[in-house]
Design a protein around this ligand. Structure first.
Ligand code: NAD
Length: 292
């Protein structure tokens, strides 16, 4: 890789740029973002060599690889325009947290074979250029969707990049991807946001939250610090799966509440004992894969 373009200079785009700098000596990295302050921060942090407004997509023409790390709705808006502009040797990759709509939008593009749909299972609750982390992707899962639709030479280049970052590759259908992610990721974020909201409603005095919240509250509500600009489009784009998972969750909360009203301690105890089995599942997740 001699020239790489990154669209979206936040946590994911920045962490990708840092990894590319480490992996490919002398690589030229250019960054595009709608935010002037993010462009300036990325330049100051030194992980890109030049920054442009996102309107200047023509700057990406000769890149060997273009990485899209903007909100999922923006990926859908930009992906066709990027493919229109780039040379035949350019690999275009996205990092969006949903996959079905992105794969649908690009389906009939004449340069579909230059695109690879990805989702790195790596992140934190922080956003923007200063949140970018060296080795964010190391030992993390990289989900690749519709891999067989990407031209063989470009697919090979993509694997070399991700394996160079020590990522573990998984292949998944975009429909199954969005279904699974609704349960394991999107629902956790909604439940964390709503827990934060409930506690703030019940405890309008910030000092009480500060004094009495234990580490249990802090760890459960951590995801409520996440960026609304990034997450709102994910929930809307994966609406059907997210609603299914929310309905199941609300039923469980309702059942818990009804048993509590009845003081049915035996039910509550048995229910919690069953759910304790999640310990053995969580213990099997490698430590450095425990991100968002
Ligand atoms: P972020 O908020 O840290 O960065 C997003 C960047 O995109 C910002 O610099 C913002 O200014 C820029 N941007 C927003 N709208 C734009 C537009 N119209 N044109 C150009 N730039 C624009 O977000 P992030 O966490 O880096 O997420 C980026 C992508 O990666 C999203 O698609 C997200 O779903 C995906 N993703 C995020 C995580 C995570 O945990 N944060 C994990 C995996 C994948």
């Amino acid at each position: 890789m001699r020239k790489v373009g990154v669209i979206g200079l936040g946590l994911i785009g920045g962490s990708f740029a840092i990894s590319m700098r480490e992996q490919y000596e002398g690589v030229e990295l250019i960054g595009l973002d709608v935010s002037e302050s993010h462009r300036n921060q990325a330049l100051d942090l030194g992980w890109i060599d030049a920054a442009y407004d996102v309107k200047e997509l023509n700057m990406l023409k000769t890149c060997d690889m273009v990485f899209l790390a903007v909100p999922v709705t923006v990926i859908c808006e930009l992906i066709g325009k990027v493919l229109d502009i780039v040379d035949d040797h350019t690999l275009v990759v996205d990092a969006g947290s949903t996959k079905q709509e992105i794969c649908r939008v690009v389906k009939d593009h004449p340069k579909r074979a230059q695109f690879l749909a990805c989702h790195p299972i790596a992140g934190t609750e922080f956003s923007g250029p200063k949140a970018a982390i060296k080795e964010l992707f190391a030992q993390k899962i990289q989900i690749l969707c519709e891999f067989d639709k990407t031209r063989a030479d470009l697919a090979h280049n993509a694997l070399a990049v991700f394996e160079g970052m020590q990522m573990e590759i998984r292949y998944m259908d975009p429909v199954m991807h969005d279904k699974h992610l609704a349960y394991v990721s999107h629902l956790s974020h909604i439940s964390s946001f709503m827990l934060g909201k409930t506690v703030m409603q019940l405890e309008p005095d910030e000092k009480n939250i500060f004094d009495m919240a234990g580490s249990g509250f802090e760890s459960t509500v951590r995801l409520a610090k996440s960026s609304p600009e990034m997450w709102a489009p994910i929930f809307v784009q994966n609406k059907e799966n997210v609603i299914d998972s929310l309905e199941r969750y609300i039923d469980n909360l309702q059942q818990f509440k009804e048993n509590l009203i009845e003081e049915n301690e035996a039910f509550i105890r048995a229910e919690m004992k069953d759910i304790n089995s999640i310990k053995s599942i969580l213990n099997r997740i490698p430590t450095n894969n425990k991100s968002q």
